[in-house]
Every structure is written in C-alpha cells, then in structure tokens.
Design a protein around this ligand. Structure first.
Ligand SMILES: [Fe+2]
Ligand SMILES: [Fe+2]
Length: 364
C-alpha cells in the first residue's frame, strides 16, 4: 500500500501511518490536562502534532528517534496543519524501510563529487591542487563526504547536504574569485575544506548529533589537523601556503562569537566567509519555504533568522499588463494587505508555538 507521505497530507485526512518521532514534549493545558507536543517526520517533511489521550504513557513509550504507528486526523490550527493523533504505538526499527525516513539531497552525490574534482583539476597552484586531490581521494573522507549532512537542522540538514553545500560554495568561489580578482586557488581550497571536518564533528543517520570530537574540538580546528596530515605527505609543501590556508579555515565563521578564533584578514578569507554565509542563508531560506505548512504566504517566526519569511514567488511580468489586468492586480494587492494584517495578528498568537520552544543556535 502506498505510504501517506507528510508532504501530501491535507486538512481533514484520516491517517494511519508509521512516522519518525522528531521531537516530543509533555505539556499541561490550562485545565491541568497533560498533552504531548510532538513532531512527526518522514523523507518528505515534518508535521507538528498533539496527543491528548494517554499522553504520559505515549511520552514514556516513544522518544525522539523512535518510529511510531500513528492514527489520527489532520486539523488546521491557526492556519497550520496539525496532526491530532488518537493513538501512537512504538514500532521496531527492523519493521520499517529506512529509505522512507531519510531526507536526501536532490542532487546525486557521485555527480556532485565529480564536479568538485573537475574544479580541482582547473586550479593552477601545484601544491594546493595536490593537497585537495589527496584529501578528496582519501577513501574514508570521500565515503563520508558523499553521505554526511551539513548540520543538525539549520541548512543542508539532509543526506549528502554537506557535499551539496561544499560544491555550491566551490562554484561560487570560482565565479567570485575572478570577479574580485583574488587568488582562486585559496578561495576554492577554503570552500572545499572549510566544513569538510563536519564528517568528524557530526554523526550520520536519522538522528544526527555532535560527536565527542565535534563537541571538544570542532570542525574549524580539526580542518587544520587534516591540512597538516595531508600536506606533510607532499614534498616541500610551502609554509606560507599552509599558513594562508589555515587562516581561511580558522576564520570562515567570520566573528569570534560564531566560533572563529580569528577574523578574516585576507581578501580570500573574507570572500570565503561571505560565500559560506550566503550559501548557508540561501539554503536555509529554501528549507523554510519548502517546509512551510501555513495557509498564507508567510512563515512562522524563524528564531535563527530572527524574522518571518515570505514563502510565495515574487511577481513576474514578462509582458506589459492591459488596463483591465492592472486594475485587477491593484484590487488583489489591497486584499493581500488586509489579509497580511490578519496574518500578523495570527503570528503574534503563534509566538508561543512549538518552533519557538526548540532551541536553535545562531549560525551553522
Ligand atoms: Fe563552518
Ligand atoms: Fe559552510
């Protein structure tokens, strides 16, 4: 039987399906009744839910990371879809097809990896090119790079997301280095290596988390270790090349408060920092827009961006409008304005929503 994918669920749908529990918190209503604030997920998205019956029992039986067979109905609450689950039963991992729950990059990792190698082939600095080839051809690094996600939740948080982010940054590095007349070899090396050590910083699988090494050392400092390990194998690797590479890697978060022990002090380092920021923010906006379940064209308040996001396409008029069309558009936009007012009122009410309660750290 075809799965009831979260992306396709509609208000009033009666649903009986297995989902992954992504978040679960026991709450008390005003009259003291216990209920469960829960998020269900699958490979197509996630949906916020409520469990009113046997909430404490369900909370104890099903934790974050468990699979659960859920029966219930889709409701609309303050313009958003909400799963009202009447029963939630834990299901053993062996009974599910993990592919139904893994969110993957829309790009083929092998194709992305080959595109990365081609860009390395185009470099004209012997030492940087050799270093990047050695690192990317390391069997363990290449295997992990094709699978790992770039973060826990903010951007490129899906299988092969790290490679997608690295390739996107590398393509921007190629274009913007020539635009600004800076040394492309360093910016490309920075783009490839800046987050590569997330393969050690994060775990892989359905419930990605920070590893011991991630918590204790982190991907910025770990990248220096990788540069040292692989550059020692290249005869006469120039000291100053290594120094500037290390500076780019250490400074790529741009500011001390975002975990960079140095701020960018070369044009190449500054450009790489801006590229990283641009790519992570743009990907994060895309994720918000794709995952938005509100009925209007505004997202909920997004804590890590400190704003709400417009989720519809912007207007596009390839041809001049007729008088009639123009006047129709005018009346429509007046309608939108008044709707927007109502939505802002709704948004204020939504501020106590679940997304507010999830702790999201600034950047990465
Ligand atoms: Fe980073
Ligand atoms: Fe990055």
């Amino acid at each position: 039987m075809k799965r009831a994918n979260i992306r396709d669920l509609k208000v009033k749908d009666e649903v009986e399906e297995v989902f992954l529990v992504k978040y679960s918190a026991l709450m008390s209503s005003r009259d003291g009744k216990k209920y469960l604030n829960i998020i269900f997920g699958d490979s197509t998205g996630q949906i916020e839910g409520r469990v009113w019956s046997k909430a404490e029992e369900v909370y104890k039986a099903c934790s974050k990371g468990d699979f659960a067979k859920v029966k219930g109905k889709i409701n609309s609450y303050q313009g958003r879809k909400q799963f009202i689950a009447n029963s939630v039963e834990k299901v053993d991992k062996s009974e599910v097809d993990l592919d139904d729950f893994v969110v993957k990059s829309k790009f083929d990792p092998e194709v992305m990896f080959n595109s990365l190698l081609k860009i390395v082939d185009s470099l004209d600095d012997f030492y940087i090119q050799s270093l990047l080839r050695n690192i990317l051809n390391d069997p363990e690094i290449s295997k992990r790079l094709k699978l790992w996600q770039a973060g826990k939740s903010i951007h490129h948080a899906y299988q092969s997301g790290l490679l997608e982010h690295i390739l996107s940054c590398t393509q921007l590095a190629v274009n913007l280095s020539s635009h600004y007349g800076v040394n492309k070899n360093f910016v490309v090396a920075g783009a490839i290596l800046h987050d590569i050590c997330k393969i050690y910083e994060l775990s892989n699988g359905l419930n990605v988390d920070y590893t011991e090494e991630g918590k204790l050392v982190g991907h910025l400092v770990k990248a220096l270790e990788v540069v040292d390990r692989f550059s020692y194998k290249i005869k006469n690797f120039p000291y100053n090349t290594k120094l500037h590479l290390k500076h780019i890697l250490l400074s790529h978060h741009g500011h001390y408060e975002f975990g960079s022990p140095k701020e960018p002090m070369t044009r190449e380092a500054y450009l790489l920092h801006l590229i990283d920021l641009m790519d992570s923010k743009m990907a994060s906006l895309e994720t918000i827009i794709l995952g938005d379940q509100n009925s209007g064209h505004w997202s909920n308040y997004i804590k890590h961006l400190d704003r709400i996001v417009f989720t519809a396409d912007l207007p596009h008029y390839p041809e001049e409008l007729s008088e009639k069309q123009a006047s129709e558009k005018r009346s429509l936009s007046q309608g939108v304005k008044s709707n927007k007012k109502n939505m802002n009122k709704d948004l204020k009410q939504n501020l106590g929503s679940l997304f507010e309660k999830i702790e999201i750290k600034p950047k990465k």
